[in-house]
Design a protein around this ligand. Structure first.
Ligand code: UD1
Length: 342
């Protein structure tokens, strides 16, 4: 019989790509999502790609009773991947209480229900943002977790601490926290991809929307960084590669059957690219000329960050495979397909 995995936030960007990869590997999936930042039509894309439809429950994980009742009904859940969270850095600065409340209460409710119903395997969706402005590059899992630069980043740090403290207390929880760098791109079918609400905050959706003509101009934030070309550097990781790391993590948890363990892995390419390198690559692979303007730095931005991925390669046997050009092309195909159909 197929193992049943609960994916919270499974209609979101990384969640939906992970659901596809899990289903391709024969897992059964139940999604919990309140659709606060995604659309139900994502389920159609998942079904079209995989030929199967995941179970779907629409509710808010902050509702403790609903979470408890969910586990009472879905007794066969053998592992959980927890994506559901707010993720906009700027918004978290404006609405910190909303971020702390949503991101932390949902995790607490989930952990409590997992304890009550003896579900011991958890993959947690974390972020490279936990390293703040790093002293040394690339960052390893042992690099210091510096003071968070936003309430959003702080919720990721606190969430990891909550999981770690729970495990230290002796509670039977076997968890893997995956620290993503900058996920970009879309499934090669262009049936699922990133769906930002309103004006995108992140670079690649802003690029594709500008290319499509939805935005007039891309603002490039800062050309005076202490980097080879003066532009900020990030580690852009393909979302399907990222999704595959979740499948490996789930298999690792289910195979090892440890009852108390906490592991942390960086998920990046190990290579940094500057904002201008991303723009150049996009223009080169798509043949679309971007209207952009260099402006001042964006408050709170880090100069440069990219991952050391030795540990995930060694322990998970995982390595990013899809390059920047192909990934940017996939983001563009998705943008066109989505806009043409809406
Ligand atoms: C942010 C979050 C990160 C999260 C990621 C994806 C922090 C500090 N960062 O990363 O945790 O995983 O989003 O949701 O918490 N840029 C432009 N013009 C734009 C948009 C961006 O020049 O219109 C530049 C930025 O200044 C930055 C780079 O592009 O140098 C990447 O920015 P972005 O895509 O927003 O991601 P991060 O801020 O790195």
């Amino acid at each position: 019989m197929n193992k049943l995995v609960l994916v919270t936030g499974g209609t979101g960007y990384i969640g939906s790509h992970t659901v596809v990869e899990l289903m391709n590997e024969g897992f059964d999936i139940v999604i919990i999502d309140n659709l606060s930042n995604s659309e139900k039509s994502v389920l159609d894309g998942i079904s079209e790609i995989t030929g199967r439809r995941p179970y779907f429950e629409q509710f808010d994980l902050c509702d403790k009773e609903r979470v408890h009742n969910f586990f009472k009904i879905y007794r066969k859940v053998s592992a959980v991947i927890h994506f559901a969270a707010y993720k906009a850095v700027g918004e978290s600065v404006e609405k910190p209480l909303m971020y702390y409340q949503n991101n932390l209460i949902s995790l607490l409710n989930l952990l409590q229900a997992m304890e009550d119903f003896k579900v011991h395997q958890l993959v947690f969706s974390s972020s490279g943002t936990v390293y703040g402005e790093p002293d040394e590059l690339p960052v390893t899992e042992n690099s210091p977790v510096k003071k968070a630069t936003s309430p959003y980043g702080n919720t990721k740090q606190i969430s990891e601490e909550i999981i770690s403290d729970t495990i230290k207390s002796g509670y039977e929880l076997n968890a893997i926290s995956l620290r993503y760098f900058n996920p970009i791109g879309a499934h090669h079918s262009a049936l699922i991809g990133e769906l930002p609400r309103g004006v995108p905050n992140n670079l690649v959706p802003f690029i594709t929307q500008t290319a499509y003509g939805i935005r007039d101009q891309l603002k490039v934030f800062g050309d005076d960084y202490n980097t080879p070309d003066g532009f900020a550097i990030r580690d852009y990781i393909n979302v399907v590669d990222l999704a595959k790391a979740h499948v490996i993590s789930i298999k690792r948890l289910l195979e090892k059957k440890n009852k108390t363990n906490f592991e942390v892995f960086n998920l990046g390419t190990g290579k940094g690219s500057s904002v201008m390198e991303v723009i150049d690559s996009f223009q080169k692979v798509t043949g679309v000329k971007l209207n952009y303007k260099i402006v001042g730095r964006r408050a709170g931005d880090t100069e440069a960050i990219y991952a050391n991925t030795d540990l995930s390669e060694k322990e998970l046997g995982w390595k990013a495979g899809i390059g920047l050009n192909e990934t940017l092309q996939s983001a563009w195909e998705w943008e066109k397909q989505y806009q043409n159909n809406s």
